[in-house]
Design a protein around this ligand. Sequence first.
Ligand SMILES: [Zn+2]
Length: 255
Amino acid sequence: MMAAVTTDRFVQACYELLQPQRFKDYCPNGLQVQGRDQISRIISGVTASQALIEAAIDLKADAIFVHHGLFWRGQSGAVTGWMKKRLAPLLKHDINLIAYHLPLDAHAELGNNAQLAQLWGLLGVSRFGDQDLGVLGVPADGVVSLSANVLIERVSRQLGRTPVQVGGDGRELKKIAWCSGGAQSYFEAAIDAGADVFLTGEMSEPQAHLARETGVLYLACGHHATERYGAQAVAGHLAKQFGLHHQFVDIDNPA
Ligand SMILES: [Zn+2]
């Protein structure tokens, strides 16, 4: 028999680990949709899309742990169309949906940014940007700098995709800044913090100009690709703690 934990206990453990009260976020962090009272099987994923919810049903999951939940500030709040198609099967199958956004980016060991540092061979030294979510670091292996080619090759290999790159011509990369997901608005803070390169998920039009004008290399590595690691690290950590079955389900996303 698989071990089980009460949903209350599991949700509390998420709260204690990720400390959402420390963040100003634009979604509810924690239990977004209440399902059954016991959890023994959990799946993790990046986004509570219809495809992920269907996978949870197929895998007989008691809970889904994601980075992007269902509810965001600015939504109409009506449960119609695509929202009904996501919410109705969750309720029908009594599956818990637990979502953590900014606290999951930020967690010092299990968060998206910490996981990216491990993947990319970087060592975080300080923080920058809104709510200190951006990380400023150096190469972890003791070398003073990396060439752009070496960093891009490493990122491409680890994430399975080639980043969009602008600026940084011939620049040696000593101070390396990164922030997972849609953190393009952190670029100016990264420049101010003295970064030679900024890695994030996406790029918008203004950042291309800023990269060219400042010479700071901008690498847009994929929103989904840079946020694949935190949810599975946290869900895996808690599953181990309670002896639960955990599986990460990757629903590919080109963005
Ligand atoms: Zn995101």
